[in-house]
Every structure is written in C-alpha cells, then in structure tokens.
Design a protein around this ligand. Structure first.
Ligand code: IVH
Length: 678
C-alpha cells in the first residue's frame, strides 16, 4: 500500500533533517573543535535555518541531540546534585622539580624499574566537568563538587560548541556508556570583553578567567552561559562500557575521534626529562596562549598500570601536576600613590609590603584607575591578592577580606595633578592631567618610554637619572636627551667621568635607529612593539607613514579603526611634528627599509627558536629575522618554516622533526642571515 501524502512528506523531511544534522555536526566540529572551518558563516547559517524551519514544521521530529538543541532552554529554579560515574579526584602537585623526579622514581620502583612513558598535558586553569554519554548521546554534565557529588549543569554545558551532543562513531565505535572529564575554560579575549562590558554596566568584573568560566556555568539561566563562549577540552576517560583503552595516548585519540576537543599541545611517549623540559618550555610561553594554564599534568601512559597503582584518598598515584611558579600572592598595602604617565593618565599604585611572586620581588602594583579601586573597595592597610603575569606590570587582583578588622577611610583620586597641580579631567573610568606640554611627570614618562628597551634602547638612562635631568632643568623635551654632554651629566648623583662618557656614547649609538623602534619610542597611542614593527614593515619609511590616510593605516594587519584614528591624530598633531623635527635636528638618524614589504629577503618566512644560541641572545636573533622581513613564532606549527636549535634545544626540536620542518643549527642560521644581508 502506498503511503499517504502526509506520511511521505514526513519521511522526506526526516531524511533531510538527518542529512542537515550530520552536515551541521560536521561543521560544528570543524569550527569549534578543530578550529578549521571549511564553509563561510552565511553558508552555515543557511543550513542551520533550514533545519530550524523543518523542525518547526515537524516538531515531533526534534531530538535532544539535534544541533538546534544547543539553544538554551528555560531558566531553572535551582541546581540538582548528581553522583559522578567515578570519583573525580584531584592531583598530587608541586612546583618543585625534585618532587616531580621523586614521583618518577616512585613509579619506577612500583612498576618494572624501567623508565615509564608519560603523556604530558597542559594543566588548564578552568572548571573540571564530567560529561556522561549513553549510546552516544550526552545525558548529563556535572561540576566536580566534592569529587563524589557535583551539580547538574547539563542545559548549560549543552550550549558549549566544543561539547559533542552526539558522539561520532567513524574512527572509534560509540561505546554504550562513557564518562569523560574535561576542563571548561574561558578564552582570554572573551574574558577581557566580558569584564569590559561588566565594568561599563557598573557590575563587578571577574578576578580571573577561571572565576568567569565558573560564573558562566553556574547560571540557572542557560541563555547566559550560551552568551559567554566557553571551550571544553576533554582529557580523561573516567568510565567506559563496551570498549577498552590501554593507554592515555589512545584515550586522547579516541576522544578526538568521538568529536571532543583535545588540547593540541599535549605530548605523548616521553620520559621524565622531556616532561620536565616540556614544563619549562610551556612556562616560558604561557602568556602566548589564549587560555590560562597553571602547570603541566604528567600522566603514566599505561592505563592498566595506572589502575594497579590506584589512588590515595585524594589523588591517583599514576599522575602528577607539575605546577608553574605561582603568579599571585597576598600582601598588604602600605600606601596608595598616584602616578601620572606619559599620556597624562593617572594611575593609582599600591605600595606593598614586598612579596616574592614567582621569583620576583614585587613592591608596587597597579590599581588601574579610580573606579577600579572603588569597585574593589581597596584601601590603605588592606590585604590584597597581587597578580604578576609575564611582561605585564603587577596589579592588584582583589581584596582579601579580613573579618572584623577596622579599615581606613576610602581612597579618593586627587582632583589636581600630583605632578604639576593642573585640574584633572575625567574621561571615565580614567582621569587625565591635560597639561600635555609642561607636566614634568608626563615628560618623564615620555622620556622613559623613548629610551626603553623596545624604543631607542638607551642603556644607562634609568628612572633616577631622568628625574634628576628634569629637576635640574637640563632636559625640557624628549629631543633634549640627544644633545646631552658628559659635562651635563657629571653633577648628577651616581655619575663620574667614565659613566657620563658611557651614557653619552650610548645615546649617540642609539640615535641611529630602525624605524620600528623609533615608532615605538614616539609613543603613538595604542601602538606597542609589534604594531610598530608592522607599521614600519608596511610603510618602509617615516615619510610614507606620515602621508598615510586613516584608511591606509587601517590596511595594516592588527590595526582597527580605533587605533588608526588615534594614530593618525597623534602623527599629525603639531606636537608630534615639532618633536620629530627637533629630534632630527639633534642628530637622530632613521634606518629605513629601502625595500617595501614584499621585497625583503625573509619576507613571509617564519622562524622558531629553541635552546640557547652562543653568539647572541634569542631576542636579538629574533630581531635580526624580523628586520629582514621574517616572522618569529613561539611555538612550532605547520606554518613554521625553520626551527633554529641552539644548545639544550627543547621539545620544539622534536615537534619540528615530527612535522618535518627544517631544523637549522646556529651556524646554518648565521649563514642564512649573512646570505640575506649580502
Ligand atoms: S587529570 C585523576 N588533566 O587540574 C586525574 N586534570 O587537581 C584527574 N586539570 O581539578 C585530573 N588540566 O580540573 C587532568 N590535563 C589535565 C588537566 C587537569 C587541568 C585540573 C583538574 C583538576 C586539577 C588537578
């Protein structure tokens, strides 16, 4: 018997719906998990809309694993507790290499005595989540809670694009039951945008991406989670029914096959020395990643052996977290002073009881601006948590509450410039001293920036020297620095004939300078070292940059309309023009590329350095490469052309070999430079 017209329609719709779902899942995976979208957004939207329409017409065909069901449902009244499929333990951890070696020695003794193979993974600083799948469908997602029982956050987790709602069964069969552990993280740019928005809306910002991720997941309304783009990296199979995995390295392959996002920095099949090296390497470039990590996790690859070793009450014996040096410590605010920077911006600075943070003594930390101080309610004598991250100036993260303590009065930003007394103007949340031309603090800031490492790199022109030069009236503009003589310097504290002569010589050397450094030194708003290099490379000469329109500036990679406008205004202000003229008159010589972008010998060639070079510092080598038009990267990828391996080359060397990238010795690299400059 023939089906009725309606039944036929439904069958056809069903077929198309399934086709669309497969297609959309495929593109979701490419986009969210592999970061390799293969179709344009509008094409994707097209497919998605077609599915939405069909499901609207045939609501009986909607299933929970349909890609349309990532869209959040109704807010709930409260969280429900769920028991985990297996205990979610935490890891034994330390930031001392010795402890890591002891972990390895213990394992050797308990296993067969040979050096065990490890899998080493970045320790992601987010929120640990359990995902449970039955017959390939996501049925539950829970927070870690106390390790045995957590909170059911399924509707929220369903909105995370990198969490498969339905497992893929192409490379590894879909198991009957699967429990996966992973980390939900908020990417740093998302975190910054979120905080900027919260601040604009007068709401409290999050202290770090981890708290922001937790805040996003612990929402009763999944619509809020959906808006805070989170990423989930899967790293452990907690329970598996209907299949067996012999090794962690296999588990990671299986997880990828099922459609989970697995971190791409993970290394497998290495022994303890390489694992430690991996830790050091990753620690040195943790600031280059777009998510936060706080160490590496070293896991015994052999899962049967891990099982045999078992766990203490708190942590498994077969894995260890080798943490990075802490970057946050608690200290007390002794005083709050207000600094005026080179752009006139007022920054409240917390003077701290000195504290060691990750090997650096920190005695001052930025409080950003008056609004931040008010929002965090920070006062003199408060205990605060201070954060130091890479090159960033240490800053006060949050106040550490001390119950019952009597506190000082609220902090107020000054209404007059602490340096020149001019009435402050507010462009909330910032305050400025408008006395651009004559405020000594601003001039000091400009000179410091001018002479800094990324600028003219004048060695020996420290802060105290600049202050004295200003106090004695020896310097009234940035250009005056270039005409200083040894006699000028002699009366300054800390100077004798030799040191005065040395500084004058250093100034002389620095006044012949590459365009990129000069552009940085000028202090163009929003233009840091990288953008300065991009500008120099793009325009080749100062004149060509000065004659560029706003639109032409925007044509440079990394420059958006806001920077373009600010840079254009700055470059055409009478102040800047006069200052450049004065610098040239006092002997500034620009080294400008004759060749425009596209003509440089190393144009488009990317180098990554590992280990230490004999003949020059790594930074200097990188600069040489860039001066010749090349790029430098901190991690090896398929885009890398050459890896230069110095002594004690690290895991990047192995990565290069794996990816079949040419590895150059230092001598070969130097030869290549010589050839490129000849
Ligand atoms: S494995 C039994 N792997 O670090 C093994 N944990 O206490 C359990 N973490 O809260 C954890 N990245 O959330 C593992 N690649 C990784 C990890 C990782 C981050 C977190 C985890 C846990 C903490 C360790």
């Amino acid at each position: 018997m023939r089906k009725s017209g309606k039944a036929q329609d439904i069958t056809r719709a069903q077929r198309r719906i399934e086709e669309l779902r497969e297609d959309i899942r495929h593109h979701d995976n490419l986009y969210h998990v592999l970061d390799q979208p293969s179709i344009a957004d509008f094409e994707y939207d097209h497919l998605y809309q077609e599915l939405v329409e069909l499901e609207r017409t045939y609501p009986e065909l909607v299933t929970p694993d349909s890609p349309t069901q990532r869209v959040a449902g109704q807010p709930r009244a409260g969280f429900v507790e769920v028991e985990h499929q297996a205990p979610m333990l935490s890891l034994d951890s330390s930031d001392a290499e010795e402890q890591v070696r002891q972990f390895d020695t213990r394992l050797r003794a308990q296993l067969d005595g040979s050096a065990p193979d490890y899998v080493v993974e970045p320790k992601l600083d987010g929120l640990s989540i359990e995902l449970v799948y039955e017959d390939g469908r996501l049925v539950c997602a829970a927070t870690r809670g106390n390790g045995r029982v957590g909170e059911d956050v399924t509707p929220n987790v369903r909105t995370i694009g990198s969490v498969p709602l339905k497992l893929r069964g192409k490379s590894t069969a879909v198991p009957r039951r699967l429990s996966v552990r992973g980390e939900a993280v908020m990417l740093l740019d998302e975190f910054e945008q979120l905080n900027a928005r919260l601040t604009r809306e007068d709401k409290p910002a999050f202290a770090n991406p981890r708290n922001a991720a937790a805040g996003a997941l612990r929402q009763l309304d999944p619509n809020v989670t959906a808006k805070r783009r989170l990423v989930l990296y899967a790293y452990e199979v907690m329970l598996l029914e209907g299949a067996v995995l012999g090794a962690q390295s296999e588990a990671l392959v299986a997880l990828r096959g099922w459609g989970f996002k697995v971190n791409d920095l993970i290394e497998t099949g290495i022994q303890i020395d390489a694992a430690i090296e991996f830790h050091h390497d990753l620690e040195s470039r943790r600031d280059d990643l777009d998510y936060e990590i706080d160490g590496v996790v070293i896991k015994l690859d052999d899962l049967a052996a891990r099982e045999r070793l078992g766990a203490t009450a708190h942590h498994p014996r077969g894995a260890f977290a080798y943490k990075f040096q802490p970057r946050r410590e608690v200290s007390e605010i002794v005083d709050i002073v207000v600094q005026v920077g080179r752009t006139g911006k007022l920054t409240p600075i917390a003077m701290l009881r000195p504290v060691d943070i990750g090997g650096v003594t920190v005695a001052r930390a930025s409080l950003h601006n008056g609004e931040e101080v008010a929002r965090k309610d920070i006062r003199v004598r408060d205990k605060v948590r201070v954060q130091r991250a890479g090159d960033v100036i240490p800053y006060v993260l949050e106040r550490v509450d001390e119950k019952g303590k009597r506190r000082r009065a609220k902090f107020k930003m000054p209404r007059e410039c602490p340096s020149c007394g001019t009435q402050i103007i507010s462009r909330l949340p910032l305050d400025f001293c408008p006395n651009t031309l004559a405020c000594p603090a601003q001039l000091k800031g400009r000179i410091k920036h001018f002479a800094s490492r990324n600028g003219l790199d004048i060695r020996g022109l420290g802060e105290r020297t600049v202050e004295q030069l200003l106090e004695l009236g020896l310097v009234k503009s940035v250009a005056d620095i270039l005409s200083l003589t040894a006699e000028d310097l002699l009366p300054l504290e800390g100077f004798a004939e030799l040191s005065a002569k040395n500084l004058v010589e250093a100034i002389g050397r620095s006044s012949r300078v590459e365009l990129a450094r000069f552009l940085y030194a000028l202090g163009i708003p929003e233009v840091g070292a990288q953008t300065a290099r991009d500008l120099a490379q793009h325009f080749g000469t100062l004149d060509s940059l000065l004659s560029a329109t706003e639109a032409e500036l925007e044509g440079v990679a990394g420059i958006g309309p806001i920077i373009a406008l600010a840079a254009h205004d700055f470059l055409h202000s009478s102040n800047t023009i006069e200052s450049i003229e004065a610098l040239k008159q006092r002997g500034l010589q620009l080294i400008e590329a004759e060749a425009r972008a596209g003509d440089l010998p190393l144009d488009g060639v990317t180098f990554v350095f590992t280990g230490s070079l004999e003949s020059m510092a790594r930074a200097a080598a990188e600069e040489r490469v860039r001066a010749l038009g090349g790029h430098t990267g901190s991690s090896v990828s398929s885009n890398t052309d050459f890896v230069v391996a110095g002594s004690k080359a690290g895991s990047k060397y192995d990565q290069a070999v794996q990816l079949e990238i040419t590895v150059l010795s230092e001598a070969e690299f130097l030869a290549m430079l010589a050839e490129s400059t000849s």
